[in-house]
Design a protein around this ligand. Structure first.
Ligand SMILES: Cc1cc2nc3c(=O)[nH]c(=O)nc-3n(C[C@H](O)[C@H](O)[C@H](O)COP(=O)(O)OP(=O)(O)OC[C@H]3O[C@@H](n4cnc5c(N)ncnc54)[C@H](O)[C@@H]3O)c2cc1C
Length: 427
């Protein structure tokens, strides 16, 4: 068995773990990052190799949830939209991230992709105009994307970005390593070691056999699904319930005339007026097509449609936190009647926009709800305090599992800001 000794172990390298590791490495150097996934650079930006970074799980009730298992975590397969933190963090928990959010926006140049980018996006423009005519407001989205590096007609953001235009947490992992942190990839953490209510190490399985790392502090950031599993395996009770995942439905249809959203970047405009219930916006045709194939909607795919006419939209639901990752390893998640009703309303609103924009109603196919923001399973107020510490001394959690409910919008900016503030407070 291999053994190591360090100051802080960070488990998981998504936006939570990578940010904490980077900030701590700058301060104290004695940081070890343990990451289950492997760094497969060849898969970044390659739709066919996407699966190398991608994990999908199905609940006992048939709900699908996806995440990234690789250095950088789910940001290696995210679309790069940046939303401000949900208000409940400040209102209910006194966590004000305004300063950190400003710093991160400045550092990562987060802003909507500039207008001139869209001049050649006729399909997206038609959707935005149609939404306006129906009384909605699809507004430009702030993004973790450097438009100077981005190819505006690529639309492969979700598969990773070969050009480096999309920020991912992998760059923070690299910064942490440059600052002296040690990164162990292919390292599946199985247990957090603790004695008399205090943490003293981590044990894991690696390709080279078992590994034990002794340390005085652990920051668990294995995400909304990985974190409760590790807590269960470590005999730490209370985690796993209140699971939410923000399922997203993707619609695809065919324009009667003119071009659709083929080779137009996904998720660049959205209507957030019902945030907390659902959000809807545009999807590039290729992404929308892939979503139908993934949902096995073969019969619903537009027949004989020319790719250039295909047009996509998404509806992202803010689902109720009713799922559970249990100690026996089983995963339970069903949509509630409220979830179903809100998703149906979102889909109707998106369909109406598509039809108004010129999509043939009979061609519209809907790929229903795959989740992508797992969280809630080690929530603040239930499993951690506002200092993110568990009942075990020096065991902290810093990932999307600490959110008590979904904020209704994607969480990466919030997690980076939270991790930054948290790491700054650690002695
Ligand atoms: C398709 C898709 C699109 C998305 N688009 C957006 C978007 O536009 N904007 C946005 O803000 N959010 C988006 N998200 C959501 C966002 O990527 C995640 O919510 C966010 O990355 C969660 O961060 P995290 O730190 O909680 O977990 P993750 O990023 O999932 O990181 C967890 C890490 O822990 C590791 N891990 C898990 N188990 C173990 C173990 N046993 N041992 C060691 N390591 C382990 C994983 O490999 C992973 O690296 C998207 C997600 C998906 C799937």
């Amino acid at each position: 068995m291999r053994m190591m000794e360090t100051g802080t172990v960070v488990i998981g390298t998504g936006p939570g773990g990578a940010t904490v590791a980077r900030e701590l490495a700058k301060k104290e150097k004695r940081v070890v990052l343990l990451e289950k996934g492997k760094a497969r650079d060849w898969s970044v930006g390659n739709p066919l190799a996407y699966a190398a970074m991608y994990d999908i799980r199905r609940s006992r009730q048939g709900i699908l949830v996806r995440r990234g298992i690789t250095p950088g975590g789910s940001t290696m397969i995210y679309s790069g939209n940046a939303y401000d933190p949900p208000s409940f963090l400040k209102d209910d928990f006194g966590i004000d991230l305004a300063a950190e959010v400003s710093e991160v926006k400045e550092e990562l140049n987060i802003r909507p992709v500039p207008d001139h980018f869209y001049q050649n996006y006729p399909g997206t423009r038609r959707l935005v105009e149609a939404a306006g005519e129906l009384g909605h407001a699809m507004k430009p989205q702030a993004r973790f994307i450097d438009s100077a590096l981005c190819d505006p007609h690529c639309d492969k953001c979700l598969f990773g970005c070969k050009r480096g235009a999309k920020w991912t947490a992998r760059s923070y992992v690299n910064d942490a390593v440059d600052e002296g942190a040690r990164l162990v990839t292919g390292c599946d953490v199985r247990e957090i070691l603790h004695v008399n209510g205090m943490v003293n190490g981590v044990s894991a399985q690696t390709d080279d056999g078992p590994l034990t790392v002794f340390c005085h502090r652990v920051v668990l950031a294995a995400g909304g699904m990985g974190t409760p599993e590790i807590l269960h395996w470590s005999g730490i009770k209370g985690a796993g319930t209140h699971f939410f995942t923000d399922p997203m439905a993707v619609l695809l249809g065919e324009m009667k005339e003119g071009s659709g959203t083929f080779r137009e970047i996904t998720y660049t405009f959205a209507d957030e007026s019902r945030k907390g219930e659902f959000v809807f916006g545009n999807v590039g045709a290729v992404n929308a097509f892939v979503a139908q194939v993934a949902a096995k909607n073969f019969s619903a795919l537009p027949r004989g449609a020319r790719m250039k006419k295909l047009t996509g939209m998404f509806v992202k639901l803010c689902d109720e936190p009713t799922g559970e990752i249990r100690a026996d390893g089983s995963f339970h998640k069903a949509f509630t009647p409220k979830d179903e009703a809100l998703m149906a309303q979102g889909i109707e609103a998106a369909k109406a926009v598509m039809v108004r924009a010129g999509v043939r109603p009979g061609t519209i196919a809907v790929a229903k709800g795959i989740g992508g923001h797992p969280g809630g399973t080690a929530a603040m107020g239930r499993v951690v305090g506002t200092d993110l510490q568990t009942d075990i001394e020096n065991l902290y959690i810093c990932d999307n599992s600490i959110m008590p409910v979904s904020g209704g919008t994607p969480p990466v900016l919030t997690l980076i800001a939270l991790a930054r503030q948290f790491a700054g407070k650690l002695a």
